[in-house]
Write a protein that binds this ligand. Structure first.
Ligand code: NDP
Length: 281
C-alpha cells in the first residue's frame, strides 16, 4: 500500500496518513512506533507535551529507515510561548528526537487568554527555525480563523498546516475554510473522535456496503476531503487496519452522509481553542 503525499505551500511533500502518539505512554512509545514503522507508517505526529519525543527518536533511529523517508512533526509546549523559551524548547525537541532538522514544528495551541494574547511573537520565533534550516516546515494547531488572520496579517508568513479537531461529529468547517483561504492544509486530529464515531449507524452501514471497518471508512472520508490524518493506536492489528485505506473509494453520497453527521460545537471532544489556557506545571 502506498500512502499518497500532499504538497504543502513550501513545496514539501507530506504523507497524507501518519501515526499519532498522543497518550501513548513513554515506556511503550518506542515499541509502538517501531511497530507502526514496520506496518509502513512513515509520518509520526508527536509533541513536547506528550512527553515521548525521546522514545519516538529511539524508534526512528533503531528502524534504520533513511531520515529522508520519514516525516516527523512535533509541537511547542504551551508553557514555552515566549521567544526565548520557545528557542530553548525547540533545541530540546531536536536533541530528544536525535535529528538535525524537523519536518514540521507547530504552535500547539494559540492560548489567546495567556501571554497578553501574544501568539504572534511565538509565530515569528518559529519562522527563525525555518530561516536557520532546523525546521523544514512550520505551522499551527488549534488556530481559529481570527488567529490565522492575525499571524498572517502581522508577519506575512502563512503556516503550512493548521492541525485542528476534525471528525464526522465536528466537521469544523469554518476553521477548515479559513485554513484553506491562507493556502494551508488541514491536519485532522482525533480523526475517529477517539473511537466515538465507530458505533455510528450511518458509518456502520457505509462500512458494511464497502466490506470495510468503520475506522477505515472514517479515515477514508478525511482523505477524500483532502485532509491529513494520523490515527493513534497501541494495537498492531488496528495499525494495519487504519493503514489499509488506499485501495477503495467512497461514493459522493457516502462522503455527504458522513459530513451530515456534524454535531457542531456539541461534537467537540477536546477543548475549545478560544478558551483553552492549560499550561503544564
Ligand atoms: P484518534 O481519533 O486517533 O483515536 C484514538 C483512539 O481510537 C484510541 O483509543 C485507540 O485505541 C482507538 N482506535 C484507533 N484505531 C482503532 C480501530 N481501528 N478500531 C477501534 N479503535 C481504534 O484520537 P487521538 O486523540 O489520539 O488523535 C490522533 C492524533 O492526533 C494524536 O495521537 C495526536 O498525534 C493528534 N492530536 C493532536 C491534538 C492537538 O491539539 N494538536 C489533540 C489530540 C490529538 P487503542 O490505542 O487502544 O487501540
Amino acid at each position: 500500500m502506498t500512502v499518497p503525499t500532499l504538497t504543502l505551500n513550501n513545496r514539501t511533500a507530506i504523507p497524507q496518513l501518519g501515526f499519532g502518539v498522543f497518550q501513548v505512554p513513554p515506556d511503550r512509545t518506542a515499541d509502538v512506533v517501531t511497530q507502526a514503522l514496520e506496518v509502513g507508517y512513515r509520518h509520526i505526529d508527536t509533541a513536547q507535551m506528550y512527553q515521548n519525543e525521546q522514545e519516538v527518536g529511539e524508534a526512528v533511529k533503531a528502524s534504520g529507515i533513511p531520515r529522508k523517508e520519514l516525516w516527523i512533526t512535533s509541537k511547542l509546549n504551551n508553557g514555552y510561548h515566549r521567544p526565548d523559551d520557545a528557542r530553548r524548547a525547540f533545541d530540546e525537541t531536536l536533541a530528544k528526537l536525535g535529528i538535525e532538522q524537523i519536518d514540521l514544528f507547530l504552535i500547539h495551541w494559540p492560548l489567546p487568554t495567556r501571554y497578553d494574547g501574544d501568539y504572534v511573537s511565538t509565530w515569528r520565533t518559529l519562522v527563525e527555525f525555518v530561516e536557520d534550516g532546523r525546521a523544514r516546515t512550520i505551522g499551527v494547531s488549534n488556530f481559529q480563523p481570527d488567529h490565522l488572520d492575525r499571524i498572517v496579517g502581522e508577519t506575512g508568513v502563512a503556516p503550512a498546516v493548521n492541525q485542528i479537531e476534525v471528525h464526522p461529529y465536528l466537521t469544523n468547517e469554518a476553521a477548515r475554510q479559513a485554513t484553506h483561504r491562507h493556502g494551508a492544509l488541514v491536519e485532522a486530529w482525533s480523526p475517529i473522535a477517539q473511537g466515538a464515531v465507530l458505533d455510528d449507524d450511518v458509518i456502520g452501514k457505509i462500512a458494511a456496503a464497502h466490506g470495510r471497518t468503520p475506522s477505515q471508512v472514517t479515515l477514508r472520508w478525511h482523505v477524500e476531503r483532502g485532509d491529513i490524518v494520523f490515527p493513534k493506536t497501541t494495537h498492531r492489528e488496528r495499525m494495519e487496519e487504519n493503514f489499509a485505506i488506499f485501495d477503495f473509494e467512497l461514493t459522493p453520497d457516502d462522503v455527504a452522509a458522513i459530513s451530515a453527521l456534524d454535531h457542531g460545537e456539541a461534537g467537540r471532544r477536546g477543548p475549545n481553542p478560544d478558551t483553552f489556557d492549560y499550561i503544564p506545571r
